[in-house]
Design a protein around this ligand. Structure first.
Ligand code: ADP
Ligand code: MG
Length: 198
């Protein structure tokens, strides 16, 4: 199983909001020979601010479309739209990651504007979460499984929708047990199904 995490919290150059960018990006996968097999619903999460668990003030600074209202240099961290997709891919994991980076660029992501902010506001973030259970940790820029999966409610929750039987390739932890093990008030606290926001 190949799993891709999708996130967005910045409008693109055409003015589309994150809630529009995420489905549009997934709809474009086929153009890049990435076969869409399953797609979670869209979730809204508070930005994880540097040095903190969750950005409590993100909600007031972003509109309900998940777009930040602050200056376009990303000084304000708006809420994220998150989803997880299962995909099919003919090549290897490095080739898929570089294809995901190309899709990010085609949707207007400009890493040079992110100025090393961690985490940085972004138009589109596509992370390779799991590539058929492969374990890779090398200096060519690919770590598998993605090191943050088990700490992120905004990854685990949509992942549970499309792959409830998934297990972490290294620890063996299941997705549902990992989700309930997240600290309350932590990474899963401010996570809402997009349609529930009204
Ligand atoms: P984030 O970690 O918040 O997604 P970026 O999208 O800027 O931040 O990714 C930073 C770097 O992480 C990229 O240069 C990418 O090559 C590297 N990377 C390593 N492993 C992975 C992975 N499994 N999925 C996505 N990016 C990865
Ligand atoms: Mg990324």
């Amino acid at each position: 199983m190949i799993l891709v995490g999708i996130g967005s919290n910045l409008r693109d150059l055409r003015g589309r909001a994150p809630r529009e960018i995420v489905p549009a990006a997934v709809a474009s996968f086929g153009l890049y020979s990435v076969e869409l097999r399953a797609m979670s619903r869209l979730w809204s999460s508070a930005p994880v601010l540097p040095g903190g668990e969750g950005g409590g003030d993100g909600a007031e600074k972003s509109d309900k479309n998940g777009a930040e209202k602050g200056d376009e240099n990303g000084a304000v961290h708006g809420r994220y739209i998150n989803a997880v997709a299962e995909v099919g891919w003919e090549g290897d994991a490095w080739q898929l990651l570089s294809t995901l980076h190309r899709i990010e660029r085609d949707f207007g992501r400009d890493r040079s504007r992110e100025r090393g902010q961690r985490p940085s506001p972004r138009t589109l973030d596509l992370d390779l979460l799991d590539f058929r259970g492969e374990i890779i940790d090398d200096n060519r820029g690919l770590t598998l499984p993605h090191p943050e999966i088990l700490r992120r409610g905004f990854v685990l929750r949509p992942l549970a929708e499309i792959a409830p039987g998934w297990r972490h390739p290294v620890s063996g932890a299941g997705v549902l047990e990992s989700l309930v093990a997240l600290p309350s008030g932590g990474a899963a606290a401010d996570l809402h199904l997009l349609d529930d926001l009204g």
